[in-house]
Design a protein around this ligand. Structure first.
Ligand code: BDR
Ligand code: CA
Length: 345
C-alpha cells in the first residue's frame, strides 16, 4: 500500500528519541544541525563510522559541528574504522579533504565518549523508557555490529530511518548508492533485522534542492546553527552548482512524514556481481508474483519514492531560523520524479 505520510498530531507534544549514525560529511553536518534544532526530535547521541572520511576525522568533524553550533553536551562515540569485508572507500572528492568542505570551521574542545559506538547505542536503547529511532546516514557497519552483538536490544528499536540505497540507479557506481556500496554486507544485515525501516534513498535524496535565497538567509542569520548550515550549503553550491539537503532530508522526513510517499517492498542487497555489488534490489512486484525463492528479501521496508521537496526545504529553513515549524504544510503537488544525479552528494 502506498502511503503519503500524515502527521499523528503527537509529535508537537512528545519529541522522538533519536540516535544519529553519521560519517560527517557536509550533508551529515546539515543533518546534525537540523536534529539539534528540531522540536520534534530529542537527539540522544551521535555515533560515528568510517565513510565519507576515516572514522577519526568523522569524530573530529562531528565535534567541530557541535562546537560551532554551540550545542549542549551530547555523547559522540567512535565506531567502526572499516567496512565488514572490504577495505574503505572514501568520498573526499565530494566532501573535501577534511570531509567538511575544507571550510574554516575551528577545531573542537570537546572529547568523544569513551565507549565504542555500538556500546553507546546499546546503553541508550536498553535503558530508554521510550522507543528509540536509529537514523543511519552512513555506511551501516555500526548498526550491523549492534544487530549481531546485541540482537535483543537491537530488536527494541522503535524504527530505523536510513539514508541508503536506491530503486533508480546509483551514485557510487551506475547502480549502487554510496552508503550501501561502502559496506554491502552491513546493509544486508540491517535490512534483514525486521525492525520497521524507512529507506530514504536516491529516489528522493536529491529532490530537496535549496534555493540561493534560503542559503543567504541562513548564512546571514545571527544564529550559529543557521550560519553554519548556510556556510555548508553555500559550499555545496560552489562545488556542484546546486545544493540539496542530502542526509538532512532524511532526518527532516523522520521528524515529519508529511511530504513523503512510501510503499512497502522487499529490498535485497547485491553482495556479488561484476557491476552491481552494493546495489539495492527493490522488489516492486505485487505479493502474488513474489515467491520465496525469487524474492530479494523476506522482510519489507517502507521505500520512499515520492517527496515534496519544497516542504522539507521550508521545514529545514524554518527550523534552523527558529521560526514556527507547525506552519510548514506540504505543498499541493508532491515532486516525485526520480532524479539521477551522481556527483552532488
Ligand atoms: C550518501 O553518501 C554520502 O556521501 C552522503 O553523506 C550521503 O550519506 C549519499 O549517497
Ligand atoms: Ca552521510
Amino acid at each position: 500500500m502506498t502511503t503519503t505520510g500524515s502527521s499523528t498530531g503527537t509529535e508537537e507534544h512528545q519529541a522522538q528519541d533519536v540516535i544519529l549514525d553519521v560519517d560527517t560529511g557536509c550533508d551529515d553536518a546539515l543533518a546534525v544541525l537540523y536534529a539539534l534544532r528540531s522540536p520534534r526530535l530529542n537527539l540522544r547521541a551521535i555515533t560515528c563510522v568510517n565513510g565519507n572520511v576515516d572514522v577519526d576525522t568523522v569524530v573530529c568533524n562531528t565535534l567541530r559541528v557541535l562546537d560551532a553550533a554551540g550545542a549542549p553536551h551530547l555523547p559522540v562515540a567512535r565506531g567502526a574504522a572499516r567496512p565488514l569485508v572490504e577495505p574503505p572507500h572514501d568520498a573526499r572528492h565530494v566532501h573535501g579533504t577534511d570531509g567538511l568542505g575544507d571550510l574554516p570551521i575551528p577545531g573542537s574542545t570537546r572529547t568523544a565518549d569513551p565507549r565504542h559506538a555500538v556500546e553507546l547505542m546499546r546503553d541508550i536503547v536498553a535503558t530508554s523508557p521510550r522507543p528509540v529511532t536509529l537514523i543511519l546516514l552512513a555506511p551501516q557497519t555500526n548498526a550491523a555490529l549492534f544487530a549481531r552483538m546485541y540482537p535483543e536490544v537491537f530488536a527494541r528499536l522503535g524504527r530505523i530511518v536510513m539514508m541508503a540505497g536506491s530503486g533508480c540507479g546509483g551514485n557510487a557506481t551506475p547502480t549502487a548508492e554510496f552508503n550501501v556500496h561502502a559496506d554491502p554486507e552491513a546493509a544486508h544485515i540491517v535490512l534483514n533485522t525486521r525492525v520497521p525501516t524507512l529507506m530514504y534513498g536516491l529516489d528522493v535524496y536529491y529532490q530537496t534542492q535549496v534555493d540561493p535565497g534560503t542559503v543567504e538567509a541562513l548564512r546571514t542569520s545571527h544564529l550559529p546553527t543557521a550560519q553554519l548550515a548556510g556556510l555548508l550549503l553555500h559550499e555545496r553550491y560552489r562545488r556542484a552548482g546546486r545544493a540539496s539537503l542530502g542526509d538532512a532530508g532524511a532526518v527532516a522526513a523522520a521528524s515529519d512524514p508529511r511530504g513523503l510517499t512510501t510503499t512497502p517492498f522487499p529490498v535485497g542487497v547485491e553482495l556479488s556481481g561484476t557491476w552491481c555489488r552494493g546495489t539495492t534490489v527493490v522488489d516492486r512486484r505485487g505479493p502474488g508474483r513474489r515467491d520465496a525463492a525469487s524474492s530479494t528479501s523476506p522482510s519489507t521496508v517502507e521505500v520512499a519514492h515520492g517527496i515534496d521537496g519544497p516542504h522539507y526545504t521550508a521545514l529545514f529553513r524554518d527550523t534552523l531560523l527558529g521560526q514556527p515549524v507547525h506552519a510548514a504544510a506540504p505543498s499541493k503537488r508532491p515532486r516525485s520524479e526520480p532524479v539521477h544525479g551522481g556527483s552532488a552528494r
